[in-house]
Design a protein around this ligand. Sequence first.
Ligand code: NAP
Length: 475
Amino acid sequence: MFINGVWIQEGSRGTFPVTNPSNGTVVRKVADGGREEANAAIAAAAKAFPDWAAQTAHKRSALLYQAYQVLISRKDQLAELLTLEQGKPLRAATTEVQYAADFLLWFAEEAKRIYGETIPSARPDQRFLVRHEPVGVVAAVTPWNYPISMVTRKLGPALAAGCTVVLKPAEATPLCAIEMVKIFEEVGLPAGVVNLVTGSDPKPIGEEFVTNPLVRKLTFTGSTPVGKMLAGKAAGNMKRVSCELGGHAPFIVCQDADPVHAAKGLQLVKFLNTGQACISPNRIFVHESMVEAFKNTLVERVSKMKAGNGLEQGVSIGPLVNDAAVAKVDAQVQDAIAKGAEIVCGGERLTANGLDRGHFYAPTVLNAIKPAMTIYREETFGPVAAIVPYGDDDDVLAMANDTNYGLAAYVYTQNLSRAMRLYEGLNFGIIGINDINPSGASAPFGGMKNSGIGREGAREGISEYLETKLGGFSI
Ligand code: NAP
């Protein structure tokens, strides 16, 4: 933990182990903190806030830029650590570290663009001025599936805006967060500006975050139930909240699409991070005229995927986070099969060649998915491609929107009018049109409905950390 510029190796609850999900070995032990550390970290952040907020935007920008440079210089080292604690293949880990760095660079630039406004008044003797000020102490909670980029996507804009921060990373993946905080320390962020509380039990830390009056904003990325619970409590204390929550993305392959191209895209995005991504396609609507062609290409590509330790050459798919995740994925697959789904490939836990020491599930393709199946409604967060054949454009739009989630959606079509109709008609925050990676530091990321509140990245990302102050001047 890192509180008020001091590293703490052992917390009030001692330490807890961080394990490698591909083989169960302990990577490192980390300080186990609770409510008292969260409280101390918030106090440190509150003390540091006035001076940090008073720094010039240029100064904050320069520090963020330096942090960006150091992160880039340690890309390989951090990618390896990321693979060790999270399991994703090294190449994907390297891409994530770059993505994490992109947010530091973007918000180093945005720090200097927090513009105010002058507004004409109806009264001749009056002038209106608007300025934007940092909200204050930010409590940030991040998940394990993207252990470093979710940290910079929050800390980049918060620090750029002039806020101070207390970060709680996921229990499963605190190591990259620790390394990121070390970088902020190295480049000279003053004590108390960034604080880190690690812990094996998130509840007391979360409770302190949402009840302590010194916290002015909660930014949370994780599951919808936890996000709703924390947002509810934060609302009771009138704190600002942004939430990036779960998803249930539709992936629509229209009758005019190239089924081979679409299947390649689906394979890449569906099995990315072993399906453990909030923007992972969960319902794959394929026009009935091309189900066979789509399925064949998909299976051909999926059968070449090699599961294993992400540090090994040739491994293209890593483990799930833990055994509970394996059990959840398998339960969804068994439920679908019992209700009539066709199993095209996979559908079982992988145990051969030492994989039983980790949490591996075979990349799976199911066809003939129906609304009554659990997978049609619940986020899978695992390597299962669930194909739903459809016949009509209007039907598919209604089916795609028939979910409580609203994060990402994908469309494959070569018809411009159809692309525009679906882009406008889909009730999701992020729409990829023939595009499996509709994200980047410059683009607003976030969801509608149960997928959350607010946007990260982009011009909008920094406004989540700013208050608006009006000045009315009578002259
Ligand atoms: P999670 O169980 O909700 O955990 C997320 C974070 O919240 C972790 O740091 C966790 O700590 C913490 N947490 C859990 N209970 C808490 C409590 N009572 N008080 C305070 N903090 C608490 O979610 P997850 O399984 O890590 O992440 C997967 C979910 O995140 C999926 O639903 C995915 O779609 C979503 N996600 C969304 C986005 C997005 O941008 N929309 C991005 C990535 C992931 P512990 O780890 O210590 O339990």
